[in-house]
Write a protein that binds this ligand. Sequence first.
Ligand SMILES: [Zn+2]
Length: 209
Amino acid sequence: MLGPPGAGKGTQAERLARSRSLPKISTGDILREAVQAGTDLGLVAKATMEAGNLVSDDVMIGIVRERLDRDDAQRGFVLDGFPRTVVQATALDGMVDGHGPLVVLDIVVPEDVLVRRLATRRICSRCGVNAAVEWTGDCQKCGGPLIARIDDGVEIVRERLKVYQRQTKPLVDYYSTRSTFRSIDGNQPPDTVTARLNGVLGEICGSAT
Ligand SMILES: [Zn+2]
């Protein structure tokens, strides 16, 4: 699944994974867990992110390859946060070669709507997960209290969106001519987006069983 920060991609990926009994593979979650557990990967990722850099293609590809090799991903999977670059996309094509189809769903939301959503976004103060819009109480992952993201000022949000567009435009170009690529209007209520995503998946690979 592709989509800018604030498009609701994480929530939608989670719903698709649940309704189809597939693992949701989020590179953000994997990195966060590795950092918390202090593994070799976690140490590399932490140092990289603290220096303000993006985790390298090689590291990200390694993480995903290892995850997709596990038993629970053999029937299929929902990927969230990967690929982010054309190099990663090319590697992913290699990983799923012969196991397809690789369905690419791009959730599109106008910038002004994203800015509004992101500027009011909350995260869990305990586990760091982004709170879904519909979470009214505590974190639904760990029960921790939700707090406003302090870095989400409007200027910072606009800059992050610009970075996202710059990085992922080539990715959309890479996929957009494929018959398994779809753009989805993400400026609708979450349930409507979910229904649309399910409809598209049904067209391409059959309905959920
Ligand atoms: Zn939490």
